[in-house]
Design a protein. Structure first.
Length: 443
């Protein structure tokens, strides 16, 4: 679906080492007295510690694979560690297929852990061990780097799972605050990406909002700066705005998720960082948004030497997610209802639905937005056809035809802007700046 000319050799691309992963399924347990075995096989590494492969030793002498997050005592504040564990418990108890399953937390001095020799690990008195469900397919970041980008229908399938998981977390009052491709884990090592199951992991920076007596989430204005540079929303990235105005963590998650979708579809970041005072791309996009222009058109217009192709549905969704003014940004529910992620889109592209999104669509209160898929012909001829249908159609079809016309007009505008950017004369300095896309790099 997305076609792009080969990049020039002088454009920067990161070289990343890959990790190996292996899969064996495991049941969730809340039995804290289970005995676990820890190996030297590293599954991942974060800012507070590493994750290694382990086993839960079952009563029948068999083993069930687990992942063990190892955190040195004192590396995290006790309150922060306790908060992460409590959040993981809540997410695990929600029993969502795309959220990680938590097993237990072994504190320093625990006798429930053994090394490969069957003995207590030498550092067990100085380590915290968080036991959880393993994942073996690696990070989504790695897959995108290896492939350059993902086909749009594959990306939509994966993000239908991610959005469904995040909706469940938000319903529980939990905002992630560090959504990025590195924190999306593929459950299986083998198999096509088009049918992969993903898990949203690493909730160490998550914030738990208070829950009212009626079960509703009590919104808060946060001021703590956290997240990863290229995924961080502008209201968090800009320290002055952060200090004075703060941010809504749920709205911040929508921005970060939009960056994830953009990076997956195009293979590069929309911005190096979203602070308009620090990134010229962010500044140009903010100016374009103030004029009512498309965010995606503006970003792609920075690179006239390349050709891009993106569906109307995906472009429209990203235009609503990557909005600099938080109060104008779409909600996560809007993302889930978008034409790019709803049933109609998957039927058109002959792609299966994720379990999580299928559950969401079966909710009687959930109403997806109608999708419009163009099939051949120029946008001008398609627009004229829609206008004709609008003038002669029945009242019952007026709403859907109007929506179709709006999307066609948006596409026409995007094509005009692309031609405009391509036709502008470029100085050598301007050309050099525009050809240097912001490459994906591990954050």
């Amino acid at each position: 679906m997305l076609n792009r000319k080969p990049r020039d050799s002088n454009q920067r691309k990161p070289a990343l080492a890959t990790k190996s992963w292996k899969h064996t399924s495991v049941e969730h347990t809340s039995i804290s007295k289970s005995v676990y075995s820890i190996s030297n096989t590293k599954l991942g590494k974060g800012s507070y510690g590493c994750v290694v492969l382990g086993d839960r030793l079952l009563d029948d002498a068999s083993r069930a694979a687990v992942a063990i997050k190892c955190i040195a005592h004192g590396r995290m504040k006790p309150a922060a560690l306790e908060r992460e564990v409590q959040i993981m418990k809540r997410l695990s108890h929600s029993d969502h297929p795309n959220l990680p399953k938590f097993h237990t937390w072994l504190k320093p001095g625990s006798t429930c852990l053994r090394n490969e020799a069957g003995e207590l690990p030498a550092m067990s008195n100085e380590m915290h061990y968080i036991i959880m469900e393993p994942g073996y397919g690696g990070e989504l970041f790695q897959r995108v780097i290896q492939a350059g980008k993902l086909a749009e229908q594959d990306a939509a399938f994966l993000f239908s799972q991610i959005v469904s998981a995040m909706l469940r977390a938000h319903e529980l009052g939990i905002a992630h605050r560090d959504l990025k491709l590195e924190n999306i884990l593929l459950a299986e090592k083998d198999g096509p990406i088009s049918s992969a199951t993903v898990k949203v992991i690493d909730w160490g920076l998550a914030h738990q909002h208070a829950i009212d007596e009626d079960g509703s989430v009590i919104l808060e204005t946060l001021h703590s700066r956290c997240g990863s540079k290229s995924y961080m929303p502008p209201e968090v990235s800009n320290r002055v705005v952060l200090e004075k105005a703060g941010y809504n963590a749920f709205t911040a998650d929508v921005w970060s998720l939009g960056v994830c979708i953009f990076a997956t579809l195009f293979g590069f970041f929309p911005f190096d960082q979203s602070d308009p005072e620090a990134d010229w791309r962010a500044r140009r996009v903010l100016e374009a948004q103030s004029k009512g222009l498309s965010t995606i058109d503006t970003i792609l217009g920075f690179y006239p030497q390349e050709s891009f192709d993106i569906s109307t549905e995906a472009a429209a969704l990203l235009d609503r997610m990557l909005i600099f003014r938080p109060h104008e940004r779409c909600s996560l529910s809007d993302v889930a209802r978008s034409a790019w992620l709803t049933r109609e889109y998957f039927v058109e592209t002959e792609t299966g639905m994720s379990e999580g999104m299928q559950m969401l669509l079966e909710d009687s209160d959930f109403q997806p937005q109608p999708s419009v898929v163009l099939r051949g012909g120029t946008t001008a001829s398609a627009s004229n056809k829609v206008k004709s249908n609008l003038s002669s159609g029945s009242a019952s079809t007026t709403s859907s035809v109007t929506a179709s016309l709006a999307r066609l007009q948006e596409l026409e505008q995007r094509q005009r802007l692309q031609q405009q950017y391509a036709a502008e004369p470029l100085t050598p300095k301007a050309y050099s700046a525009m050809t240097a896309t912001t490459p994906l790099r591990n954050q």
